[in-house]
Design a protein around this ligand. Structure first.
Ligand SMILES: O=P(O)(O)OC[C@H]1O[C@H](O)[C@H](O)[C@@H](O)[C@@H]1O
Length: 447
C-alpha cells in the first residue's frame, strides 16, 4: 500500500539535498519537543495524538447524528468561519462530485456554508434558497463568540423556527463548541440542541479530525473512519522513531525553512484539480495563522492549475524570484474520459486522440515543473496516490505535523493567533459594542 510521499529533488540549486540533510538534528529536536509537548503553545497539542485516540464509539456517535441529519434535511448549512469550516469544506469539496449540488436525484444532502462572511447579499440569497427547502444547521464555533457565525446562525435559526415546531427545530440543529464556556454552549443547552465538543487542547485550524470536520464530512456521505485511519498512518510515519530522511513532515519543514532563509518569502501551494481549491484554503489558514507573527513567516498563497497558468503563470515564470511552489500531485484520476478523434481535425488535436485527459494534465504538470524550476522557482512535490478519504487523512496530518515543526524552526508559537483580534477590536468599537466604550472614543478621533 502506497503512502503520501515528498520529493524535494527540485529545490536545487537554491537549496541542496546536503543542506536539507544537515538540518536533521535541528529538526529532530523540534519534532521531539512537539511530541513531548514541552515547547511553545504546548497546551494546544491535542491534535498530535488525536488520530490514535479517536474511538470507534466516538465515530459511531458522530455517524448516528449525521444519519439523522441526512434523513431529515435536503440541505445542511455548515455555519462557521476559519478553522470551524475550512477543514470540512476542504475534504467535502475534494471528494464530492463537482456537480453534485446541481443533481436532482440525491443520495446525500447538499452541504452549504454560512457564517464565513458578513455579506448581507450572500445571507439574503441563502435565506431565499432555504425558505421552501428542508434544511438543517451544524453550527460550529470553538469560542462560541465569533461574530460572523453568530449572526448567520441567528438568522438561519429564525428561519428554521418559522418552518418547524420547537421539537423539530431541535432535531435539525447540532452545535459544536467548547465543553463548558461560550455563548453557543449556553444557547445550545438552553434550547436543548445536540452538541459535540471541541477539545480544549485543539485549536480551530487543527480541528478537522474532531467533530468540527468529522460531522459535516459524515453528513456529506464520506467515510470518517477512513479519514482518521489515514491520519493515524501518517502519525506513525512522522514519529520521533522515524529516520529524518524517511519522515515527510520533517523533510517538508526543513526544506521550506531553508528556502525562506534564502529569500523565498512566498510559498505557493499548487493543485491540478479544482476539487482541491478549498484544501489550499485550509492549508493557508494552517500555515498563515501558525507562522505569520513577530514580523516573520512565509506568506502562504495558492493557485489552481492549469487554470491559473493562464493568469498567474506569467508572474510565477518571470516575476520577482522570492517564491517557491509546493505541488500536490495526485496519482490516478478516478474516472476516464478519452479525447475523441475528429475527421476534420481543425483544432489539430488528433495527436491526442485516444489519450486520457488526465495524461494531458500530467504532462502539463511535468512541463510546468521543468519550466518553473528553469525560471528559478524551487519546487517541492507532495505525491498523493489517490484522492480519497484515506489519503486526505494522511495529507491533513502530514501538513499539521510539518506546521508544528516548521513553526518551532522559525522560533514562533505555532498555536496562537493574537493578531486576529486587532480588526475585531476596531469593528466592535465602530459598532458600539457594550464594553468597548474607550475603544470607540479612541477610534472616532482617527476618523
Ligand atoms: O471557532 P471559532 O471560535 O468561532 O473561531 C473561528 C476562527 O476565527 C478566529 O478569529 C481565529 O482567527 C481562527 O483561528 C478561528 O478558527
Amino acid at each position: 500500500m502506497k503512502n503520501l510521499a515528498i520529493d524535494v529533488s527540485n529545490v536545487a540549486p537554491e537549496v541542496s539535498l546536503d543542506q536539507i540533510n544537515a538540518e536533521k538534528e535541528n529538526v529532530q529536536k523540534h519534532l521531539e519537543t512537539l511530541m513531548a509537548k514541552t515547547g511553545k503553545g504546548n497546551d494546544f497539542l491535542g491534535w498530535v495524538d488525536l488520530p490514535a485516540e479517536i474511538s470507534a464509539d466516538h465515530l459511531k456517535s458522530i455517524e448516528a447524528t449525521a444519519e439523522r441529519l441526512r434523513n431529515k434535511a435536503d440541505y445542511v448549512v455548515v455555519t462557521g468561519i476559519g478553522g470551524s469550516y475550512l477543514g470540512a469544506r476542504a475534504v467535502i469539496d475534494a471528494l464530492n462530485d463537482s456537480f453534485d449540488h446541481l443533481k436532482g436525484e440525491r443520495k446525500n444532502p447538499v452541504i452549504l456554508y454560512a457564517g464565513h462572511n458578513i455579506s448581507e447579499d450572500y445571507t439574503y440569497e441563502l435565506l431565499e434558497l432555504l425558505k421552501d427547502k428542508s434544511f438543517g444547521i451544524i453550527v460550529i464555533s470553538k469560542s462560541g463568540t465569533t461574530t460572523e457565525p453568530a449572526i448567520a446562525f441567528r438568522v438561519l435559526k429564525e428561519l428554521l423556527e418559522t418552518k418547524y415546531d420547537k421539537s423539530e427545530v431541535k432535531e435539525r440543529i447540532v452545535a459544536i463548541t467548547d465543553a463548558k464556556k461560550g455563548a453557543l454552549r449556553t444557547l445550545a443547552e438552553q434550547e436543548g440542541y445536540e452538541t459535540f465538543v471541541i477539545p480544549d487542547d485543539v485549536g480551530g485550524r487543527y480541528s478537522v479530525l474532531t467533530p468540527v470536520g468529522l460531522l459535516p464530512i459524515a453528513v456529506a456521505g464520506f467515510s470518517i473512519s477512513e479519514l482518521v485511519r489515514g491520519a493515524k498512518t501518517m502519525r506513525d510515519l512522522t514519529g520521533t522513531d522515524v529516520p529524518f530522511d524517511k519522515n515527510p513532515s520533517s523533510i517538508y519543514a526543513a526544506t521550506r525553512n531553508l528556502l525562506y532563509q534564502k529569500g523565498k518569502k512566498t510559498e505557493i501551494l499548487v493543485n491540478y484539480h479544482p476539487k482541491l481549491h478549498y484544501f489550499a484554503e485550509w492549508w493557508k489558514q494552517l500555515y498563515g495563522e501558525s507562522e505569520g507573527k513577530e514580523n516573520k513567516g512565509i506568506f502562504p498563497a495558492a493557485v489552481d492549475f492549469t487554470t491559473d497558468l493562464h493568469s498567474m503563470g506569467q508572474w510565477i515564470q518571470e516575476g520577482e524570484r522570492t517564491i517557491f511552489e509546493t505541488v500536490i500531485s495526485v496519482g490516478a484520476a478516478r474516472h476516464r474520459v478519452l479525447i475523441p478523434r475528429d475527421e476534420a481535425n481543425l483544432d489539430n488535436l488528433n495527436y491526442l486522440a485516444g489519450k486520457r485527459i488526465d495524461e494531458v494534465n500530467k504532462m502539463a504538470e511535468l512541463g510546468t515543473r521543468i519550466a518553473h524550476t528553469d525560471g528559478g522557482v524551487p519546487n517541492i512535490r507532495i505525491e498523493l496516490p489517490e484522492l480519497n478519504e484515506y489519503y486526505l487523512g494522511q495529507m491533513i496530518y502530514f501538513f499539521e505535523k510539518a506546521c508544528g515543526i516548521s513553526g518551532y524552526i522559525l522560533g514562533v508559537n505555532p498555536f496562537d493567533q493574537p493578531g486576529v483580534e486587532a480588526y475585531k477590536k476596531n469593528m466592535f468599537a465602530l459598532l458600539g459594542k457594550p464594553g468597548f466604550e474607550k475603544e470607540t472614543e479612541a477610534i472616532k478621533k482617527r476618523l
